[in-house]
Design a protein around this ligand. Structure first.
Ligand SMILES: Cc1cc2nc3c(=O)[nH]c(=O)nc-3n(C[C@H](O)[C@H](O)[C@H](O)COP(=O)(O)OP(=O)(O)OC[C@H]3O[C@@H](n4cnc5c(N)ncnc54)[C@H](O)[C@@H]3O)c2cc1C
Length: 373
């Protein structure tokens, strides 16, 4: 049995879900595929999914993150309001030294914000805090529920994609049930896992993380981030996250106590006396070599290395891409902030032929990687 699509998206985390949604919005016939039956089984399932701006001294990554934040805070309430809680997010300095830096950061707050002084922080239920920024339009997504809601709006099939073939202007995936799926385009949104093509030049690496959901009756109307994040109380649940562990393996041994440190820090921020653990979540974030997202075409790395061996010594031949193969990945610790805009940009490039924004074009990493071989 054979089925044909415009685009098959592999990976149903937030990157793949948003890409499928954006392409479908542009009129494409799409299929979303994941090896798991439940959306968000990868990093997206573990995410606290806070959607807030990045603060700092105006780096290029901060600028892009905040462009993506502006887009995301409109996208979720517009299309999936049930799974986005606009609680506001308070950015709290780590200590008095950090508080001094906030004065310098203020000039680079391009999103709507206001200062919150120590007195107001206390009335909001926040302990031990220096004067902070409140981003009132920021919020928190229900990560798996949101991915599942997107998934319900597009065609979805569950299986592990083991290999892909490109012949006669289309891609073919043979799945385990031996039915054949064809598509003009493939988008790889596989998170930290990539066994399908040689994409080492993108330098995708995993950072392991845990978060916990706690039952609580604490009145906490606003979410916050200090060195860790604590959500507002949403329907009797408060989320605490997240740890960061550099990892090569898909599962990190956590001694059964992944949340101990997080809970201790949260207890210094809010009153955790009635908190009762509901569930622990663990997953892998995937970051690129330069921490910017990856949304664009995939270079045919084996071809380039064989055809132009001088590329490893600084030659700059024209780049050859694999036909109709795209990636949406490298969203790091801010997948829920980046995914809607990256998906939109990728859809504009696939459907409308729009040029890829240089900051997220994976091509940026290729020649540098070759020179290091
Ligand atoms: C503990 C934790 C807390 C976080 N908190 C936040 C936060 O507050 N805010 C925020 O914005 N981000 C947060 N993140 C980051 C965010 O979760 C990630 O950036 C995001 O989930 C990445 O999504 P993704 O779709 O790229 O990858 P994933 O969610 O990992 O999805 C990849 C999918 O691809 C599938 N797949 C891979 N290979 C194949 C194959 N061959 N065939 C079929 N399927 C395949 C996998 O099964 C998986 O479902 C957090 C992450 C963690 C771990």
């Amino acid at each position: 049995m054979s089925k044909a699509y415009d685009t098959i998206i592999i990976g149903a985390g937030i990157a793949g879900c948003c890409t499928a949604f954006a392409l479908q919005q542009k009129g494409q016939k799409v299929l979303l595929v994941d090896r798991s039956s439940v959306a968000a089984s990868g990093g997206s399932g573990a995410a606290g999914a806070f959607v807030s701006p990045k603060i700092g001294k105006g780096s290029a990554l901060q600028e892009l993150t905040n462009e993506a934040y502006e887009y995301a805070k409109e996208f979720y309430p517009k299309y999936f309001p049930k799974y986005f809680h606009q609680t506001g997010v308070i950015r709290i300095p780590k200590d008095s030294e950090d508080a001094k830096k906030f004065q310098a950061y203020e000039a680079f707050n391009t999103s709507k914000y206001r200062w919150v002084n120590k007195e107001e922080l206390k009335t909001l239920g926040i302990k031990n805090a220096e004067e902070s920024f409140l981003f009132e339009e920021a919020g928190v997504c229900d990560a798996p529920e949101l991915c599942n809601a997107i998934l319900k709006q597009v065609s979805f099939r569950q299986f592990d994609v083991l290999s892909l073939e490109y012949n006669d202007n289309h891609w073919t995936i043979l799945n385990v049930q031996h039915s054949t799926l064809n598509a003009r385009n493939i988008v790889l949104a596989t998170g930290y896992q990539n066994t399908l093509f040689d994409m080492r030049y993108m330098g995708v690496k995993g950072t392991w993380g845990s978060r916990g959901d706690y039952y609580s009756k604490l009145k906490l109307d606003v979410s916050m981030h200090k060195s860790i994040s604590v959500s507002a109380n949403i329907n009797g649940i408060i989320k605490i996250g997240a740890s960061h562990v550099k990892a090569k393996e898909p599962c990190v041994v956590c001694n059964g106590k992944p949340l101990k440190g997080l809970f201790k820090t949260a207890s210094q921020m809010v009153d955790t006396s009635d908190f009762r653990l509901k569930e622990t979540f663990c997953g892998m974030r995937s970051g690129s070599k330069d921490y910017f997202p990856l949304a664009g075409k995939v270079i045919d790395a084996p071809f380039m290395l064989e055809e132009y061996p001088a590329i490893t010594r600084g030659a700059k031949p024209p780049l050859k891409h694999i036909n109709n193969l795209y990636v949406c990945n490298g969203l790091g610790g801010r997948g829920f902030v980046f995914a809607p805009l990256m998906a939109e940009w990728l859809a504009e490039s696939i459907v409308d032929g729009k040029k890829t924004d240089k900051r997220v074009d994976p091509d940026r990493l290729f020649l540098k990687w070759c020179r290091k071989l």
